[in-house]
Design a protein around this ligand. Structure first.
Ligand SMILES: Nc1ncnc2c1ncn2[C@@H]1O[C@H](COP(=O)(O)OP(=O)(O)OP(=O)(O)O)[C@@H](O)[C@H]1O
Ligand SMILES: N[C@@H](CCO)C(=O)O
Length: 325
């Protein structure tokens, strides 16, 4: 169901002539994904992924391409876009913006092992170290300003208690974070859930789907990752995963004192960010396709757990055995 724009083999054969990557042997639509049309393209020289962008984000695509090129040049585990014979990555196909990527090995981890958590923490720490020097700018579209304005679109669908919970939390974040950001800044992935990574066993094949990528608080990115990767089904933390991921991250980029003090509230704010974005998908802006939307209450529940228990102490740095830089 993630092929919204079908392509013929002839279209793709002609498209591939722009690149020096061989000729088409197989073309296959990818059934997962919810936003763009994705195809696995195999040539006589390798395996690739072709993405057609179905949403109106084409103005932002040069930022995503520049970020992916930058991370790829710095040997981060991402799929850097393939450039054509003239050095151009961003293409058009079937009247849509199109990008071609190397196909990374592996699968999305459902229940990550401790080794996978360490790999991911290590990769994210490396990414945040180099992304602080990335020169592109794209303000975080899901930051506190967004939370404060978007909450009004969902309030009428919430119980009184949930309206109070959301409103009070956002007021608290505004008091704590203020107007000016005083946290380390850089380029961030913005949605680094397990299904945006590919693992070949315990080895990270790579990170994909940078279309929420932007510049902002590095801690925001880390909190999204820790909420998704290290929570149990009941919304509490799995202590071993939490320690594995954060220990490996801090071996690459130790958190500053300010980040450490704001960590519990950042975990709450990013939980609320997904409660709200999922509510918007369910009630306000449902997608045209028939895939089941993700459950908003999972993140409401997680927020309540974070309020009740805070965050476990941050582990000290513990280098991953597979350190490569
Ligand atoms: N470079 C890649 N290598 C291997 N598989 C990939 C690659 N890029 C995408 N895929 C596969 O294609 C699927 C859809 O890709 P992607 O996540 O970019 O789509 P999407 O429509 O933006 O989805 P969503 O926003 O819901 O995650 C991924 O879940 C993954 O299985
Ligand atoms: N990762 C998002 C969906 C894609 O943006 C979520 O779990 O709500």
């Amino acid at each position: 169901m993630a092929v919204f724009t079908p392509l013929t083999e002839t279209q793709v054969e002609r498209f591939l002539e722009r690149f020096a990557i061989g000729t088409l042997t197989t073309l296959e639509g990818v059934p997962s994904g919810t936003e763009n049309s994705t195809f696995f393209v195999t040539t006589d020289q390798g395996r690739f992924v072709l993405t057609l962008f179905e949403q109106g984000e084409s103005d932002e695509l040069p930022f995503f391409v520049a970020l992916l090129d930058y991370l790829d040049e710095h040997r981060l585990p991402v799929a850097g876009p393939v450039h054509d014979r003239d050095g151009v990555a961003l293409q058009e196909l079937a009247e849509r913006p199109a990008l071609l990527f190397p196909r990374l090995p592996g699968r999305h981890p459902e229940s990550p092992t401790l080794a996978q958590c360490r790999e991911l923490g290590d990769a994210l720490g490396r990414m945040h170290k180099v992304s602080q020097r990335f020169e592109g700018q794209r303000p975080n579209p899901r930051d506190l300003h967004w939370l404060a304005s978007a909450q009004h679109k969902v309030m009428s669908y919430l119980s009184e208690a949930d309206q109070r919970l959301m409103g009070d939390e956002i007021d608290a974040y505004q008091g704590i974070f203020g107007d000016a950001s005083h946290l380390p800044q850089g380029a961030i992935h913005g949605d680094l859930f397990r299904d945006n990574t590919l693992f070949d066993g315990d080895r990270l094949g790579g990170i994909i789907d940078f279309y929420n990528g932007c510049t902002g608080d590095l801690l925001f990115d880390l909190a999204i990752v820790v909420n998704d990767w290290t929570s149990t089904a009941d919304g509490n933390f799995d202590d071993a995963r939490y320690t594995a991921l954060l220990g490996a991250y801090q071996a690459r980029r130790p958190l500053t004192e300010t980040e450490q003090s704001l960590w519990p509230v950042m975990l709450r704010m990013t939980a609320l960010r997904y409660w709200l974005s999922r509510l918007l998908v369910v009630y306000v802006d449902p997608p045209a396709h028939d895939l089941t939307p993700k459950d908003p209450s999972q993140y409401r529940h997680m927020l309540l757990k974070r309020l009740e228990h805070g965050a476990p102490p941050l582990p000290s740095a513990s280098p991953s055995p597979s350190h490569t830089l």
